[in-house]
Design a protein around this ligand. Structure first.
Ligand code: SF4
Length: 470
């Protein structure tokens, strides 16, 4: 959803606020919030439900004060059994596909009242809080304090609380688990063996506890944030990974009101509404997480390049949104499915070949085996290990071909080797293949290829790599 101008945006908001104000005036005086289809089941009465706080261990729950003191209407039959009103969220997502984030937020808060909360990371997803404010409805906000955030983020939390007059419900990791991790593996184990374990302790488990006290949550996920994992997120979905207060997969609904909004439109909105922002943004940070795992990005770099930059792009979910990583998208991580990691839709066999250029040598298995065996070569080689169906390979096709053009006649050979299917095991064992695409540089006087370490696959980055090693 993009607003053509700030004035259009303001006028949209003003009209919505008016409607919201009118709506608030009518809440509580009638049964209009009851679900019509449920009424047909028989006599209904309102039941006062205690609002559950964002969950903490039950024995300590008396210490926690829920943010909103209001109650939520629920439906109950005479025999005290609750009516389950099933909502088709796929259909609802389609209906709301072209709705504004404000409309989606309003729908989410309307449907779930006090049993929904906004997950706030301390970054540009402050826009969610602003959207929630504009609906005129009460709302809750929670955040995961991993203990490793930047001081700027903590200051920002405080600023947001004061600006909106809210208390963010912070979730903390389990002290015993953190202690075991840090004592056993040190403070920076994620640089050695990946971020998943630390994220599991500091983020995922606290989040799991938080969500167990809710029926729905609201995230700031956007499709444009991660081409590898977020390209298809709907505006609302049954959460594929986490459980809500009723337990079991399917018991939690996940709203992504900004799914279709582009980053620049979020920033236009934040500026237009004069919303406080994390001061790290002015230092080049876009996506903001924990201090050791977040860095600024350069203009033109994708924001996810600032997160867990030492790992493969396809794995860049901390576990909070792991449902985004689909089976097919796991293919580039080469987890193996018995048929050479080909996508189940068969596209691997039908996809047209890529990296076609007279400046790029198409290496056969024998050709690359020979290349890898040589202790000394006539010239260095740059080789991409690829799969034509892989979207990341497709994305770098243009820059690789252009690089090959620049290197033509320079004394550096440029080649490609299709490493999926039957070649996968060999490429994994002998050529350091971890994910597609893998770019290798075979120096002139060494048998061991050097793996290109970056996700920056533009021409100038590739040329810097080659020129540094040739
Ligand atoms: Fe740990 Fe980094 Fe994950 Fe934060 S982002 S929980 S520091 S691995």
């Amino acid at each position: 959803m993009a607003f053509a101008s700030s004035s259009q945006l303001r006028s949209s908001i003003a009209s919505h606020q008016l409607k919201a104000a009118l709506r608030i005036g009518s809440i509580g005086s009638s049964d209009q919030r009851l679900v019509p289809s449920a009424v047909a089941f028989g006599k209904l009465r309102r039941k006062k439900m205690a609002v559950r706080p964002i969950y903490a261990e039950s024995e300590r729950s008396h210490l926690l004060v829920p943010l909103e003191a209001s109650t939520v209407a629920s439906l109950e039959l005479e025999d005290n059994s609750s009516i389950e009103v099933e909502e088709d969220y796929e259909r609802l997502a389609k209906e709301l596909e072209n709705a504004s984030p404000l409309q989606i937020m309003d729908k989410a808060l309307e449907k779930f009242g006090n049993e929904i909360a906004i997950a706030f990371s301390g970054a540009e997803d402050v826009a969610l809080i602003e959207y929630a404010r504009l609906t005129g409805r009460p709302f809750r906000v929670f955040s995961l304090d991993t203990g490793r955030l930047n001081s700027e983020t903590y200051k920002f939390f405080d600023e947001v609380e004061k600006h909106y007059g809210i208390h963010i419900e912070y979730m903390f990791p389990d002290a015993v688990e953190v202690q075991a991790l840090v004592r056993g593996k040190g403070l920076f184990s994620f640089y050695d063996d990946g971020h998943q374990e630390c994220c599991r302790v500091r983020k995922v488990r606290p989040l799991r506890r938080a969500l167990k006290g809710l029926r729905a949550w609201i995230t700031g996920q956007r499709k444009d944030q991660s081409p590898g994992t977020r390209a298809e997120i709907p505006v609302v979905q049954v959460d594929p990974s986490f459980e809500g207060m009723d337990g079991g997969i399917g018991s939690l609904v996940k709203w992504n009101p900004a799914a279709n909004v582009e980053g620049q439109d979020i920033w236009s909105f934040l500026r237009a509404m004069d919303v406080p922002v994390n001061s790290l943004h002015s230092q080049g940070y876009v996506s903001i997480g924990c201090e050791p795992c977040t860095r600024p990005v350069l203009p033109g770099q994708h924001e996810r390049e600032g997160r867990w930059w030492w790992e493969d792009s396809t794995a860049k979910e901390c576990g909070l949104h792991k449902g985004n990583i689909k089976e097919e998208e796991a293919v580039p991580q080469l987890t193996g499915n018995g048929n050479g990691n080909l996508p189940t839709n068969g596209s691997a066999t039908t996809a047209a070949d890529i990296f076609n250029s007279q400046n790029i040598v198409d290496l056969s298995r024998k050709g690359i085996e020979n290349l890898a065996r040589l202790e000394s070569r006539g010239e260095p080689w740059l080789v991409v290990l690829y799969a034509p169906w892989c979207r990341f390979c497709q994305a770098m096709e243009e820059s690789y071909i252009e690089s090959a053009g620049k290197l033509a006649g320079s004394g550096v050979k440029v080649a490609k080797f299709r490493a999926d299917g039957d070649q996968k095991a060999y490429a994994q064992q002998e050529l350091q293949l971890g994910s597609f695409p893998t770019v290798l540089f075979f120096p002139k006087h060494s048998s061991k290829p050097i793996k290109y370490p970056s996700e920056k696959r533009d021409v100038s980055s590739l040329m810097v790599f080659v020129n540094a090693l040739r």
